[in-house]
Design a protein around this ligand. Structure first.
Ligand code: GAL
Length: 956
């Protein structure tokens, strides 16, 4: 037997029509075939014959399946996650015999209203990984290219009633070798299936060319159309034949000002609604420019993902993604790593985002083999690659939002990529090309990298990267991926933004990635790799987004919003001056309204509007805030200046905050001393005002009638994904090294407990087994009868080479003390290198709301710069003042329980609230896939002195 089945051939398929421009067809011309189909899953491609495709076949025993949808998310088979490795033997183009095969059947009637004449197209917008299609028993053809459209002409086969559409989908095909993206493997008909009526004389393919000359303020419009016709743009009083060109005064399209002109393409048979945006993209003077100006990408990588439906997304979800991006100051999307649903790009045109549209192509698994046999360097695969390039470009070419075409992701290098680049350049000279995987930059117009360190990015910005070809030195630079948003983090975004704003060559980047791909799971909450019993998998590397799977923003997104804010608000609070800088690329500031408030100890005492001139992009102005509304040098005070939307926009209402800044005026006075009272021993206890200690262990056991545990020195945190690091950078794998050293199992040796000179003093040495490294610690307590002060002093012993996860004390409180309030940075979590978005104020929330629900549990929830915090049970409360300000964390489980948990449901609240009051915290970095913690944010063991003042909180 040597019959190569069609799905193991290198050809992209046979039968589909040539690709063409996409537009949203009017309802009168379309019949959606979405809904419940009949479905049968077989374990191999040949376990069932094709008789199901013949009309009359009895499929009444088959299951129902929602189309669009992935069968593995509907109870048939299981999802599987791998990052780089193919989950099958690499023997291209052969695939395993165990090849889950989904037979799909749909019987439908034609609507009475379907006009006669013309052609009818059967359209598939996305099928993974391949399909063989029959209509009424006649085979239409086959195709591969999962996230690309395929159409068949079917008018001749249709009947008014009882049409039988049969589709056989294999999970694995030759195409799978080209689709090794880092995501779940999710077979199925996952985008719409539609019948489209094309009347005689309907528009065929068309190409809207709409450029903008920023010098003349004029647009040029011409529309190439396979079916000649006219182009009407009423607003511009333009009536133009296809193929002709017009020069006309227009407002340009940019991501900041997404000006679209409603237009119509009128062919003899139909009128197609168009929305035209005028803009010119070019690489000039070593810069990527739109309408003559350098742009800065504040971008994200977006996979299509929904926790219940996988890569099947409805329009509302797509819009929600974009609204969330716009609200978080994001101006660009890379459609990693395949063209998105076509309607998504309409929304990008409308709401205003720069798009890198990426082809459905990745062969990363060949890297494991030293790139041996890489399809992109094997001419036999070139037709398949060209087919993918054409299906993307033809479908998406009329979107002004698409400013770069990307050849694909992580394919190494090869002749096939060059062939794609040549073809795309010939077809659309109006857009530069992007590809990251080739340092020679032969087939790209921009120099793109992923996860380059700050140091290297700076070098490239200064044009000191002389290791590459000469031509590369003239290209603009972008980070198509950076800031790996896995778990807690990413840290270090601010420092990247500084580089992008310092070096004109560095034109920004795209955070990896938009959303965690955690699949809704009855037991695990959200599942990740390995949770479905996969034999090969990459764990929670699939959960590395700025959104949690349910699309709530993670602290990383809030941080990114602040880091990339388009208006910078800085200045000198004491002098009462504020400097406003416009970092937009095109807009002035007239769409924003500015206001100030004056805050004393976090409470606003006065507020008012601030007149800010309509600054040009790049310009700044220094403005006067006036004298502080309250002259009180004994209480900490600052100005907060905010810029909010002046009017409703399609993505946020008036009043939505875009940027903010805080300018300190009065510094925080040190907490008052607490001395005078004398420790008193009574049996096994020692009391000092409201504090009660165990005389033997030296531990605080009660405070003002509240049973407490501790506080004791604590250095451990449940390792974050970034602490775990990546296999290829073992020196950055701190979690492993911390475990090896034993920082998770520190022993506390009590050396001395004494009370003298009005102080209760405990000395201890805290150290891990098998090591001579240690931390000497002295806890010195003093009090004034009401307030009790703890002074901690720490001295490292031995030659510490590793940073500490944290340095502070941990203590326990009864679970009833579940309401927290603090004056410090908030409201959200912050760490040393992720604290830009945390603003100083008075915050209050239940302890349960202080945690951040990372899909894989890990350190989370710290609040930065806390001056004081209180925990209350309703009536009673414990107040903790920091000297200096501290990192405040409160949770209902210990760090050890947090470390041990694999999924969120593993975390079960205990009867205690555990507080971490930290003097210092190690940074977060981005080492799960990128640079580690910058030196300035590392916590080095050494000498440290810090203190806290405990008191009963006054009831409010
Ligand atoms: C990149 C890749 C992405 C993703 C990321 C890590 O190498 O392009 O698809 O795998 O790393 O999450």
């Amino acid at each position: 037997m040597n019959n190569t089945p069609w799905y193991e051939e290198l050809s992209p398929g046979t039968g589909p029509l040539a690709p063409r421009a996409w537009f949203a067809a009017s309802d009168a011309k379309r019949l959606s075939l979405d809904g419940t189909w009949r479905f049968r899953l077989s374990p191999t491609a040949d376990s069932e014959d094709t008789s199901f495709a013949v009309p009359g076949y009895d499929a009444s025993g088959w299951a129902g399946l929602a189309v669009p949808g992935h069968w593995v998310l509907q109870g048939h088979g299981r999802p599987a996650y791998t990052n780089v490795r193919y989950p099958f033997p690499v023997d291209p183009p052969r695939v395993p015999t165990e090849n889950p095969t989904g037979d799909h059947l749909r019987v439908f009637d034609l609507p009475d209203a379907l006009p006669a004449g013309g052609e009818v197209l059967l359209r598939f917008d996305g099928v993974e990984s391949c399909a063989r299609v029959w209509l009424n028993g006649t085979e239409l053809g086959t195709f591969m290219g999962s996230r690309l459209p395929h159409e068949f002409a079917v008018a001749a086969l249709l009947r008014p009633r009882g049409n039988v559409l049969a589709v056989r989908v294999q999970q694995w095909s030759a195409g799978s070798y080209l689709e090794d993206q880092d995501q779940w493997w999710l077979p199925g008909i996952f985008r719409e299936v539609t019948l489209l009526h094309r009347p005689a004389g309907a528009a065929g393919d068309f190409f809207v060319h709409s450029s903008y000359d920023h010098r003349a303020g004029q647009g040029t419009l011409s529309v190439d159309s396979a079916v000649p016709g006219r182009v009407l743009v009423p607003e511009l009083e333009l009536d133009l034949a296809t193929g002709e060109s017009a020069l006309i005064a227009v407002e340009p399209w940019t991501a900041e000002t997404p000006r679209l002109y409603a237009a119509e393409l009128v062919t003899p048979g139909e009128r197609v609604q168009l929305r035209i945006g005028f803009r010119t993209v070019a690489v000039e003077d070593g810069l990527l420019k739109v309408n003559g100006r350098r742009i800065l990408f504040r971008g994200v990588n977006r996979h299509e993902f929904h926790p219940e439906t996988g890569r099947t997304l409805d329009l509302a979800t797509m819009r929600r993604d974009l609204v969330l991006m716009k609200r978080h100051n994001i101006n660009a999307v890379r459609t990693s790593h395949y063209p998105p649903h076509p309607a998504f790009l309409d929304l990008c045109d409308e709401l205003g985002l720069w798009v890198i549209d990426e082809c459905d192509l990745e062969t990363h698994g060949f890297e494991e083999l030293g790139w041996r046999g890489n399809p992109v360097d094997d001419p036999r695969w070139t037709p398949a690659l060209l087919d993918r390039a054409a299906r993307m470009v033809e479908r998406d070419k009329n979107h002004p939002s698409v400013v770069l075409w990307s050849l694909g992701n992580e394919c190494g290098t090869g002749r096939g990529l060059s062939a794609m680049a040549d073809w795309i350049r010939g077809r659309d000279p109006g857009r530069p090309l992007h590809y990251e995987g080739d340092r020679s930059c032969r087939d790209t117009d921009v120099y793109s990298r992923m996860y380059a360190s700050h140091e290297e990015t700076g070098r490239i910005g200064r044009r000191e990267d002389t290791d590459g070809p000469q031509a590369r030195a003239r290209l603009p630079f972008l980070l198509c991926e950076y800031g790996h948003a896995m778990g807690n983090g990413p840290g270090g975004l601010t420092e990247y933004q500084e580089l992008f704003e310092t070096y004109e060559r560095c034109q920004g980047g795209f955070v990896w990635e938009w959303i965690d791909h955690g699949l809704a799971h009855p037991g695990f909450g959200y599942a990740y790799g390995g949770d479905f019993g996969e034999e090969l998998h990459d764990g929670n590397f699939v959960c590395d987004g700025l959104l949690f799977p349910d699309r709530t923003p993670s602290p990383g997104l809030v941080e990114y919003k602040k880091v990339i804010e388009p208006v910078e608000i800085a200045g000198d609070g004491r002098a009462g001056t504020v400097t406003v800088t416009n970092h937009h690329d095109f807009s002035g500031l007239s769409h924003l309204r500015f206001g100030w408030s004056y805050e004393v100890e976090g409470e606003p005492v006065a507020s008012g509007p601030l007149d800010v001139p309509d600054l040009a992009p790049g310009a700044s102005a220094e403005l006067k805030l006036g004298p502080p509304p309250l002259a009180d040098a004994s209480r900490e005070a600052c100005w907060t200046v905010r810029a909010v939307l002046a009017h409703d926009t399609p993505w946020a209402p008036r009043g939505h905050e875009v940027s903010w800044g805080q300018l300190p005026v009065v510094a925080r006075p040190a907490p008052a001393a607490a001395s005078g009272s004398v420790p008193v021993r009574a049996g096994s206890r020692v009391s000092l005002g409201p504090a009660v200690f165990d005389a033997r262990t030296g531990l605080l056991t009660g405070f003002g009638g509240i049973a407490v545990d501790g506080p004791r020195l604590d250095v451990w945190r449940a390792p974050t994904d970034n602490d775990a690091g990546a296999a290829w950078a073992p020196q950055e794998q701190y979690a492993r090294q911390w475990h090896e050293l034993g920082l998770d199992r520190m022993r506390h040796r009590l050396d001395q407990v004494e009370w003298e000179d009005g102080r209760f003093v405990v000395r201890a040495r805290v150290a891990p087994a098998a090591s001579d490294l240690g931390l000497r610690v002295t806890y010195a307590w003093s009090g004034d009868g009401e307030r009790v002060r703890l002074a901690v002093s720490v001295a490292a012993e031995g030659a510490w080479t590793l940073p500490l996860p944290r340095l502070g004390v941990r203590m326990g409180l009864p679970g009833a003390f579940g309401q927290a309030e603090w004056f410090g940075a908030g409201p959200g979590e912050a760490y040393p290198d992720t604290r830009r978005a945390a603003r100083v104020g008075r915050w209050s929330m239940p302890v349960d709301a202080m945690r951040t629900p990372y899909v894989r549990p890990q350190e989370n929830g710290a609040r930065a710069g806390v001056r004081w915090a209180e925990l209350r049970d309703g009536e009673r409360g414990l107040r903790i003042e920091g000297d200096p300000a501290f990192w405040f964390t409160a949770r209902r489980w210990t760090s050890e329980e947090l470390s041990a948990a694999r999924h969120l449901p593993d975390l079960v609240p205990g009867d205690r609230i555990w507080l971490n009051l930290d003097h210092k915290m190690h940074g977060i970095g981005s080492a799960s896939c990128g640079p580690g913690v910058l030196p300035r944010y590392q916590l080095r063991a050494g000498q440290a002195e810090f203190g806290f003042v405990f008191s009963r909180s006054v009831s409010r």
